[in-house]
Design a binder for this molecule. Structure first.
Ligand SMILES: NC(=O)c1ccc[n+]([C@@H]2O[C@H](COP(=O)([O-])OP(=O)(O)OC[C@H]3O[C@@H](n4cnc5c(N)ncnc54)[C@H](OP(=O)(O)O)[C@@H]3O)[C@@H](O)[C@H]2O)c1
Length: 376
């Protein structure tokens, strides 16, 4: 019997910066090259704050005549040729952009961090549900075959009870060399380590023990954040997460920095029977080395081929398409509750820095990270 033709998801892209480019180039790769035959992607619209940037983006990335340019985001949201909107704007803009796209009836994949606080994430989650539209934060790492294999390995019990997790993502962005208004260090755009690279360190503190907390039982957090006085953003963040005993006895240590590099092993998960050392970066694991505690047992090494074409953002795009075609409103691998939890943990890291008592958590819900920084 001939197989049915792949279903095509039509994407509208919002913002023409660095991550939009990388995501689009991955979307252009034929899914068949990664063994995916049931779906396809098409970029039908690109929206920018200026017409010039939208047309240039289409030309530079070889998107062809099928992609229409628009000098506003609103025109993408209202385009009948768009099924799903990809939001690649700075984090401070995500809430407004996602709200507008959902209100216009579009499914949404929004870059991380989904919003700047938990209250905004909760509003978006309710809106998507009310409108019966798909919404997901673009934590691409969750969709790597290597990530799925690591989760399965831990769940198999081979590692024993998870006792300690060390997870870091630090990249030296050469801060003095950056333009003062660069997105990653711009306080008004919610720049800073906590929201820019911190979500990846946090991901590996949650996945092994706390993959989809529901209802949310938050870990307690002791945190330290270093603010860069010149840029007025956080440049280093460190935290120790302690989970409710019913969830895990593990200690999870997470660190991130915008002006240092990671240690050679970025993620290390230690269990009662052995330890799992990641090969490759926190955001894109390429494999692992498992060493048994038991003397005399040989290490197990597993490596996953990294994509020869593209970066691997296509796996999250495939998930979005598959969910939308199946009529799902969220992904089981990256739920909206997951995004809300992450925002609450980030809030508690802020509280840790400010040495605010835990009882004041709710007061912080209304504070946006960019707003907090503007207040100095
Ligand atoms: N998943 C990942 O691996 C990954 C990697 C890097 C970044 N990110 C996330 O992606 C988002 C964008 O980061 P980026 O590095 O791509 O930033 P970027 O290069 O500065 O691009 C952001 C784009 O957003 C648009 N924009 C809308 N409002 C803006 C404003 N007020 N100021 C500046 N630009 C504005 C601009 O496009 P137009 O002028 O065309 O409208 C701009 O080119 C951030 O939320 C970041 O956390 C994710």
């Amino acid at each position: 019997m001939p197989s049915s033709p792949p279903k095509t998801l039509r994407w509208g892209i919002i913002g023409t910066g660095a991550i939009s480019k990388t995501f689009c180039l991955d979307l252009l790769i034929d899914p068949k090259t990664r063994g995916v035959n049931d779906l396809a992607h098409q970029i039908t619209a690109v929206g920018s704050r200026t017409v010039e940037k939208a047309t240039q983006f289409i030309e530079d990335n070889g998107l062809g005549k099928q992609a229409k340019w628009f000098g506003s985001y609103e025109e993408v949201y209202s385009s009948p040729d768009v099924d799903a909107v990809y939001i690649g704007s700075p984090t401070s803009q995500h809430y407004g952009n996602a709200k507008d796209a959902l209100n216009a009836g579009k499914h949404v994949l929004c870059e991380k961090s989904l919003t700047v606080n938990a209250a905004q994430a909760e509003i978006l989650a309710s809106l998507a549900k009310e409108k019966k539209l798909f919404l997901m934060e673009a934590i691409w790492t969750r969709f790597f075959p290597s990530t799925i294999a690591i989760q399965e390995f831990i769940a198999s019990g081979k590692i024993g009870d998870v006792e300690r997790i060390f997870s870091d993502l630090s990249i030296d962005f050469d801060l003095p060399g950056l333009a003062p208004d660069a997105t990653i260090i711009n306080p008004n755009l919610a720049g800073g380590a906590l929201l820019a690279v911190g979500p990846y360190s946090l991901l590996w503190c949650l996945l092994p023990v706390f993959p989809h907390p529901s209802p949310i039982t938050l870990p307690t957090i002791a945190a330290q954040i270093t603010l860069d006085s010149k840029a007025a953003i956080d440049i280093h963040t460190s935290a120790v997460l302690t989970f409710p005993p019913s969830v895990s006895e593990a200690h999870a240590l997470l660190t991130s920095s915008l002006s240092n590099v990671s240690p050679p092993c970025e993620v290390l998960i230690q269990g009662s029977k052995g330890q799992l050392k990641f090969i490759g970066p926190t955001y894109r694991p390429e494999g692992y080395i498992f060493s048994f505690k038991e003397k005399g047992r040989e290490e197990e090494r597993m490596e996953f081929p990294i994509p020869t074409e593209g970066m691997g953002y296509f796996w999250e795009a495939d998930e979005v398409a598959r969910c939308i075609f199946a009529g799902k409103l969220e992904s089981e691998r990256m739920t909206l509750e997951d995004s809300i939890t992450v925002m609450k943990i980030c809030r508690d890291q802020e509280a840790g820095r400010a040495n605010l008592p835990g009882g004041n958590r709710e007061d912080l819900d209304s504070i946006t990270f960019d707003g907090r920084r503007r207040e100095g």
